[in-house]
Design a protein around this ligand. Structure first.
Ligand code: 1HN
Length: 378
């Protein structure tokens, strides 16, 4: 990172919408540079495009490659105070080598060795974990030990104390999503170290967290439990519930009663049981299931998304890129680039026989600001 100041540089060009290039114009431009001024007429095309032109580009990361490197990091890089997490972030190739998957979203693979602890801390960045394989780690949020198993989605709003600990003799990898790039550009970040060690009570390994016992009963909210703001009080959305919701949604559609996004494409959004809104103020998360042989309609939206293939195989198209994908692969959909998915038979057949895609996005930010737009590209 550099704090060097950048000078204003103005290039007089001859173009139909630009003033005639004369020595006097050149002199005017040198005057602008001197005073750190930039006229609108040289910049308007970049500042006000007809539609979003993301700096980010579509990109795919193969899960097998990420896991191989994370395993190696497990051997070579200790986890502890200072570095805090053995997390390895996806860097969009068009975002200057920074650990930014998109201009607003961070996505990383995190790896914890048998018996290891990732120390307690808290930050304003909103976060979640999503588990595509493995088990054995408990994330401890505000003293509540929450198990992490395949298919579980674990949101954790900013400013909650949290640590992780691997209670088993197997290493475990998972995906972290945070709004780090968003809070970086908006300059809203705060961070604090917590205790160096978890208590014995926090190092227990319950099957269900306190938060699930209070909040994970459909349509039932505990009376008298104060709300935890901001973000959802439910710290784990278990796969068995997500899977059943998708299976049921497709069954209702097959019976002729609709209920899906489009034919053969079911989806659920993870929501805050106390509000029905998104789980985190800056991050939306969903699980999409595309039935074998179905191709979804191409849709483009403001805001950006990161997807991870949870199960099955198929091909996905983002803007002008098409990739064959299978379990664990991650890819980004930049703003206003059309996305569609086709579910196909592949090497890794899923339990459901479908293509299951986990998705997270920055949609809540743009909805709050009235900047959300979406269209189907025909
Ligand atoms: C963090 O606290 C976690 O708690 C993961 O697992 C990734 C990236 C940057 C800063 C803090 C975690 C993170 C992070």
């Amino acid at each position: 990172m550099t704090s060097a100041h950048t000078a204003v540089r103005l290039q007089a060009v001859s173009a139909p919408d630009q003033p005639d290039v004369t020595p006097a114009l050149e002199e005017l431009y040198r005057g602008f540079e001197q005073e750190l001024l930039v006229p609108l007429w040289t910049e308007i095309g970049d500042l006000m495009p007809a539609h979003p032109r993301s700096r980010a580009v579509p990109h795919l990361w193969r899960w097998a490659h990420l896991v191989g490197l994370a395993e190696r990091a497990g051997e070579l890089v200790p986890v502890g105070r200072g570095g805090e997490r053995r997390a390895i972030a996806l860097a969009n190739p068009a975002l200057g080598g920074r650990p930014f998957a998109t201009p607003t979203l961070w996505a990383a693979i995190q790896y914890l060795m048998p018996g290891e602890d990732a120390p307690e801390h808290r930050h304003t960045q909103h976060a979640f974990r999503f588990v595509v394989e493995g088990s054995g780690v408990w994330t401890v949020v505000g003293g509540d030990a929450v198990p992490m198993n395949r298919g579980d989605f674990l949101p954790q709003a900013g400013w909650n104390w949290h640590a992780h600990h691997n209670a088993t003799d197997e290493p475990m990898a998972w995906v972290d999503g945070l709004d780090i790039p968003f809070q970086y550009v908006t300059e809203t970040q705060f961070f604090e170290f917590g205790r160096d060690e978890l208590s014995a009570a926090e190092r227990t390994t319950p099957e269900r967290s306190r938060s699930e016992r209070l909040w994970a009963h459909p349509g039932l909210r505990p009376v008298g439990v104060g709300e935890v703001r901001p973000g959802t009080p439910l710290l784990s959305y278990k796969w068995e519930h997500t899977d059943r919701a998708l299976t049921d949604q497709l069954a209702v559609e097959r019976e002729g009663f609709g209920g899906t996004v489009e034919p053969g494409h079911a989806a659920v959004r993870y929501t805050d049981p106390s509000t029905g809104g998104d789980v985190l103020p800056t991050i939306r998360a969903e699980l999409h299931r595309v039935v074998r042989g179905v191709e979804t309609a191409p849709v483009r939206e403001t805001g950006s998304s990161v997807y991870q293939v949870f199960d099955g195989s198929g091909t996905v198209t983002v803007g002008d890129q098409t990739w064959s994908v299978s379990r664990g692969d991650l890819f980004v959909v930049p703003a206003w680039q059309a996305f569609s998915a086709r579910s196909e038979a592949g090497d890794t057949d899923s339990d459901s026989g479908a293509l299951d895609l986990f998705r997270f996005s920055d949609a809540p930010v743009f909805e709050a600001l009235g900047l959300d737009r979406q269209e189907t590209v025909r």
